[in-house]
Structure formats: C-alpha cells, structure tokens
Design a protein around this ligand. Structure first.
Ligand SMILES: Cc1ncc(COP(=O)(O)O)c(C=O)c1O
Length: 446
C-alpha cells in the first residue's frame, strides 16, 4: 500500500509553471500519485476517491493574490479538507471566511497563523462566545439587530470587534442565487452600520453576488448599491468586502476570463465608490479557488443500457450534479490501461443508494463501450462536492489522495504565461513539460 510513495519521491517538489521559484510539497501523510491513471493502476480502488491537485491550488491562489486589489479570504465551507487548507495556506492565503466553530478549529489546526473571519450572518450564542474567547476571532458578520445584540452580549460588550454588515443584493444573474436567505435591506443596513459604528473597532460592509456568477458587471452593480448605502449612513467604512461568487469552468458553462472580473472590480472601486484611504478591500472566493483542484474517481458497478450505476451519488460528492443538475467533465479509465477507441455517447449516472433522487442526469460523455468495472474521473469537483458526503445508506466510505496531473478543465487566466520566466527554454509551458516528464516516468515504471 505504501509503494506509491515512489511517485512523489521521484518527482517532488514540483515547480509551478509561471512561478519558477515556487515549489509545492505534498502533505507527507497523504497518498500521492503522479496521475489519476497511475492511481487506478496501483490501487484499483472500489470506493470513491477524492483527488486533490496541490499544484492547481497553488496556481489559482497565486493568481488571486496577484490580481485581486486587496485581501483574499478563502471561503472554507467550499472545501474544508485539511490538505486543501494546508496548500492554500502554503500558497499565501492567510485569511479564511468561516461558517462554524468547527471550521474555526480547522483553521487553527491546518492553517496555523491564519485569521478566521466569522462571516455567517446567523450564529449560535455558543459559537460566538467560543469564537471570541477561545479562538481569538474578532470579525463577525450580521444582518439584523438581534444578531448584533447577541454578539454584544456573548463577547461581554467587547471593544475590539470588527463588525461586518451584510447587505442584501437584488436577485442577480448567478447560477446559484443567494439573495433570499441573508442580507439586510439597504434601509436596515444603514441603521446597522450606524449602530455598529458606535461600538466596533472597525466597521465593514459585505455582500455576495451569488455563486457561479457569470457576469463581471454584477460586482459593479453591487459596488454602486453599497456606495449609496454607505453614503446614507454617513460613516467611514473600514472594510469593504466583495464576497465570493467568482466562477469556475464547467462543461457547457464557460465564464468570461477571471481577469474581466478583476477589471470590473477595479473599475468599480475607482469610479463608483469613494473609499477612505485606510479602507481594506477584501473578497471571499470559494468555488473559483478550489473547483479545478478537485476530482472524484468513481467505479462503475453496473450498466443498464445508457445508465451507469456508480459508487458515488447525490448523498456523496455529487449533490450538485443530482439536485442542481450541474455537469462535470468525465474521463474513462480502464483498469488494464487499455485505450478506448469507440465513439463517445451520453450516459446518465445513478448513485449507490436506494433513493430515486440519487441520479445525475448529465449527460456524461463517455466511450460507448463503458462497462462494469471501469473507472470514471469526474472533474471540477473541488467545490461544494466532496464536503457534502453523508452516511446515507452506509455509503460514506471513501479515500482522499493527492495527484499531480493536469485537471480536465482550467480557466485560461492561470495557465502558464510566457511573459514570465519558465523552466523550458523552447517556451513550452512549464506545466506541460512536467506532464511530459511524468508520462515518461510512468512509462518507464510500468
Ligand atoms: C459569506 C460567504 N462568502 C463566500 C462564499 C463563497 O462563495 P463562492 O463559492 O460562490 O465563491 C459563500 C458561499 O456561500 C458565502 O456564504
């Protein structure tokens, strides 16, 4: 079982394509494989395998840190896997948006030195108290007077609080609307900003344009609304938080380049709002930071016509695939490594539980002769997927490993750039060169 360490012993640390001076080390206790194909050859796993690509986490985090005009908070809810927190932290992410006490504990353990920001607008009294007194959390979000009162009471009227008022946005154009559940109406936001200003060390405003937002202008519209609300409140804002919502690429859903989102935000901050010089600007990406870095390897247990019964489903890592009808890229891997030469066709996937909602309609494009015993790697599952796994019907068994090959899909923004130093003299993107080296190594080993 431990022989797979030969892979990383021979390859690591890897260099990132466009930052030749940055290295990525694996988490020592995790199983590491040069590729998902190598993992299948070696383990032939019969339980779903969550695959994490550390080099992709590093690459995307680096891009956000380089391009967002302020602090980047990772929204931990998206994927709280310790290895993900470790690699993001190693990549330079020092700020974490947390939803619960459990996530705060994870940060203190797996991203030591990082700061947790309790950005959930509704928290239990117990969580507020423990976050403040036991974990040193000073940043709390709220969207109601009652929550403000709870925070004051549970922190013993602390004078060192940073309070963030969550502004409700009108229903936007994001694939996953978040406008209904949280956020204060502009009138209430004005009142809450004024109330917070009387007691807090720092006062912030925050919002969320909706997850998988495909329109950069959504951020400009939100900035304009926030500007009006801040102006009405008459207070000097200390923290301006643009939230998450940054998209990832999925089959049939190609967002505009991420650089256009940054351009819109920079234009909005320059033209649509007048922030005092001391104001800190922040964002809280979840999906965009981690979606590409995660995939899930599943096994086909039965084929019935165009339906494949697999060992993972909506009660596992494929909740969004089933309930929200999200589609993910699929790659067939044969146990014997043989090539699949048949034409491709669309399949529906059924999960392992006895529940009829446990179906992922896709369609998932796979070779026509896909059959029982084959493995399928479903890509882009790093966000809001592996963290959803439940014990329903007893199918919670799974493994988590690190893999070092390329994901099936990537945003163009953070692919290796040729205007920076690469390690390849012929100007071939460095990551491709590494992939070639790994391929050569695998061939040699097999
Ligand atoms: C407060 C807050 N910030 C950030 C995020 C991350 O959003 P996304 O994954 O769309 O970037 C969420 C997601 O629900 C959230 O509730």
């Amino acid at each position: 079982m431990r022989s797979e360490f030969k892979y990383w012993n021979n390859h690591l640390p890897y260099q990132i394509g466009h930052k030749a001076d940055v290295t990525v080390h694996p988490v020592p206790e995790m199983l590491n494989f040069a590729s998902v194909d190598a993992l299948v050859r070696e383990l032939k796993p019969r339980v779903p395998v969550h695959c994490i690509r550390p080099q992709v986490l590093q690459q995307v985090a680096q891009w956000f840190l380089d391009n967002f005009p302020g602090d980047v908070l990772y929204a931990v809810k998206c994927n709280p896997e310790p290895a993900v927190l470790h690699h993001l932290s190693q990549a330079g992410i020092r700020h974490f948006d947390v939803t619960s006490l459990s996530e705060i504990k994870l940060i203190s353990k797996f991203a030591p030195g990082g700061t947790a920001y309790f950005m959930h607008p509704v928290k239990s009294r117990d969580a507020i108290r423990k976050a403040y007194f036991d974990y040193g959390v000073r940043d709390f979000a709220l969207d109601s007077k009652d929550e403000l009162q709870k925070i004051i009471e549970e922190t013993g009227s602390a004078t060192d609080l940073n309070l963030h008022i969550r502004l409700a946005l009108p229903k936007g154009v994001a694939a996953h609307d978040l406008s209904g559940k949280f956020g204060a109406h502009p009138d209430l936001t004005v009142e809450l900003l004024q109330a917070a200003d009387k007691i807090a060390r720092q006062v912030g405003i925050c919002f969320h344009v909706g997850s998988q937002c495909l329109h950069p202008d959504a951020y400009r519209r939100a900035i304009k609304l926030a500007a009006q609300v801040i102006a009405r409140s008459g207070i000097e804002i200390d923290i301006f938080n643009l939230g998450g919502g940054f998209p990832a690429v999925y089959p049939g859903m190609t967002p505009p380049p991420m650089s256009r989102f940054m351009d819109a935000i920079k234009a909005g901050l320059a033209e649509d709002i007048k922030l005092p010089a001391h104001t800190k600007v922040r964002c809280e990406p979840g999906r965009a930071l981690v979606a590409e870095a995660g995939s899930v390897l599943v096994n086909v247990e039965l084929r019935k016509g165009d339906n494949l019964y697999i060992n993972d489903g909506v009660y596992g890592s494929l909740f969004d695939a089933g309930i929200l009808n999200m589609r993910y890229p699929a790659k067939l891997i044969r146990g014997n490594g043989s090539e699949h030469k048949t034409p491709y066709k669309g399949f529906k996937l059924y999960g392992p539980t006895c529940d009829t909602v446990d179906v992922m309609r896709g369609p998932y494009l796979l070779p026509e002769d896909t059959t029982e015993g084959d493995w399928i790697e479903l890509g882009q599952l790093g966000a809001y997927c592996t963290t959803m796994r439940s014990k329903f019907n007893g199918f919670d068994e799974h493994m988590t490993v690190e893999v070092w090959d390329q994901p099936q899909m990537q945003m163009k923004d953070w692919q290796p750039r040729t205007d920076r130093r690469t390690i390849d003299k012929d100007n071939v993107p460095a990551l491709n060169l590494l992939a070639l080296q790994r391929e050569a190594y695998e061939t040699e080993m097999s």
